[in-house]
Design a protein around this ligand. Sequence first.
Ligand code: ZN
Length: 385
Amino acid sequence: MYKKLFILLCFISSLSTNAFAEPSVQPKVTYHKIQNSSLNEEELKKHLGKEDPRRLPSLVALGMVSLREDKPKQADIYFKQALSEMPPTVLNKLYEFECYEGLAVSATRRLQYTEGKRYFQKAFQLTPYLPPITHPMVSELYGYYGQSLLETGYLDEARTIIQQSLKLDSTCKICHHAEQYLQLDLNSPDYFDVQGDEIIRWADDKTVINVFIEDGSTLKDWNPDYIQLAKKALMTWQTTSNNRFRFQMVSQPEQSDVTIHWSLNTMVENGETVIGLAHQEVTGEYISNKDIYICLHDNPNEIMNTNLMYSTLLHEVGHMLGISEHSPNPADVMSPVSGRQVVTGRDIATLMRIYETEANYVNPPGISVTEYRQQIALPDLQNQQ
Ligand SMILES: [Zn+2]
C-alpha cells in the first residue's frame, strides 16, 4: 500500500487535550475528561468570541478536529490563526508546539514533505518548554516523524530526530524500531531480507496474468486515460522483469486473475489513510486472485496528480506480483515513498528471489472482497458519486 503519511491522530488529540490542563492540575486526570468532552466541533466553535478566554485552546483543538476529519487545509487555517494570536509566554508553549505539530502533520498528509519538515523542526525546538509528563508522548511522536523522514528518504534528518527522541524517552519503541531500520544496507543488490518469513506469490507456472481494469466512468473526475496509465504500469513490470510475467487484458471481471479498481477517495487500512492498496486471496499456497485499489482524489475534491497515480499503480502492481514488504531504499518503487516512476534493479532482483523461494504462506481465514471493501472503508461503486 501507499499510505498518506501522517502521524496517528488519536495520539495528537490526546496530547492536545493536555493543553487544556491548568499547570497545577494533574494532567493525567484532565486528559481523559477533555478528550471525551471538548473535542467537539460545535462545542469548540462556541468559544471563538474575541474576548472568550478559551478562544486560543479552541482554535488549536479545532485544528486537531479538522485534521481528524481529513480536512488539512481547514486545519491549517485554525493553527495559523492560533499562532498569530498567541502571546509569547512560556505558558503558551504547549499550544504553540501543537500548532506546529498540527501544521507538520497537515503538510505531510498533503505530501508536502519539505514544508512538513520545517514545521516539525519548529515544534521540536519547543520541547524544552514542555512539561516532562509529555516527554514520552512527544518522543513517540518524533519517532513517527523520524520514521516518516526515513520513508521519504531524509535519512540524516531521520537519524538526528530519532536520537533526540530517545534522549527525551529512552524507552520509545518506535524510535528503536526506526534505529534498526537505519542500520539496513540500502544498497544491497535486493531487499529480499526485509520480506519477512512469509512468501506469498503466484504459482511457478502462472506466468500469464489476466487483468481486468475497471471502468471508473461513474466516478467524479474520472479520466479514461487512467486505463492507459494502468496498462503502462503493468507493461513496465513486464518489460523490466524480462517477461517473467506477461499481462493480458480481459474484458470481463470473471476472466481475470487481477482486477484494478478505482476509488473516489482515499481508503483506510489499519487506521492509516492510503492512496493505493493491493489485496490478495490465497488458494492453497499460492495467490489465486488479487485486487488493486487506486484512488482518484488524494484529498477531498483534489484530483490525484497523474505522476503520483502512475507511481501508485507501479507500486501496487509490485505488491500484486508478490513483493509484500517495502524496500528501505527510497529510490525503489517498492519503498513507501510515493512518487517513484522507475522500477529499479533492486525491485526486480527482489521479485526474482521471491520466485526462487518456496511459497510458504498458510491460507488465512477467508475474507470476501465485499468484506474487504467494508474494511478499507470503500463504499460500493454505485454509491461513490
Ligand atoms: Zn506498499
